[in-house]
Design a protein around this ligand. Structure first.
Ligand SMILES: [Zn+2]
Length: 212
């Protein structure tokens, strides 16, 4: 079977397994647990526009999860159905940032492309963050200034409380000499951000905003 689960959907499902584990750890009432199971099952199914019978079979065992061990087995099984982010390498990255002279590229050996919805990395020496994301079905590179914030806060992309920094895209305004500042607080560590991202719409909104 072809992979059919996006990284953000996988993260959402992983979160739902935690909801079940917490439920079984704290609730004794069987009818309440039954209702919780149904709710989780619905939420997972509703992530997808359409599911084939075999895809439903892959997802269905979530209703049997009661503890961490169950959840881990289930999630390991799901991982092989996760759609990887398009594979990029140094060459592809350089093509996406043709104007950047001393381009720092990601540490490829740390990246599992199934674990990311976007590729993001920092060049702290230059106070820059680089991002590669899909935009209108194509990969696009984004470069902005990035300053770590001393306080934790909510990331615009993954919407969780994290160590964040202020990302400001470098875009030229339409009138000559003007500089449009489009900024947002996002996670310092983009790999962690990708782990926490449960709704790709937030990422798409962010990309739309910084795109120029
Ligand atoms: Zn984030």
């Amino acid at each position: 079977m072809e992979p059919f689960i996006r990284n953000d959907q996988y993260n959402f499902i992983s979160y739902q397994t935690q909801v079940l584990i917490n439920g079984y750890a704290t609730v004794n009432d069987l009818s309440v647990l039954q209702a919780l199971k149904g709710l989780v099952q619905d939420k997972v199914t509703n992530l997808f526009d359409k599911l084939s019978p075999s895809q439903q079979t892959v997802l269905k065992p979530i209703e049997d999860i009661r503890d961490t061990e169950h959840a881990e087995d289930y999630l390991i099984g799901l991982k092989s159905y996760v759609i990887p982010f398009p594979t990029v390498n140094d060459h592809a990255v350089r093509k996406l940032f043709p104007k950047v002279k001393k381009l720092k590229t990601p540490d490829w050996e740390d990246i599992d492309f199934r674990d990311i919805s976007y590729l993001g990395w920092n060049d702290y020496g230059q106070e820059r963050k680089y991002m590669i994301a899909e935009y209108n079905g194509e990969l696009k590179g984004f470069r902005g200034t990035f300053k770590n914030s001393s306080k934790k806060g909510i990331c615009t992309i993954c919407n969780t409380f994290s160590s964040i920094g202020f990302y400001m895209s470098e875009s030229k305004g339409s009138a000559q000499g003007t500089f449009v500042k489009k900024g947002n607080y996002i996670c310092q560590d983009s790999d962690e951000c990708n782990d926490k991202l449960k709704n790709k719409e937030k990422l798409d909104d962010f990309i739309l905003r910084i795109n120029h």
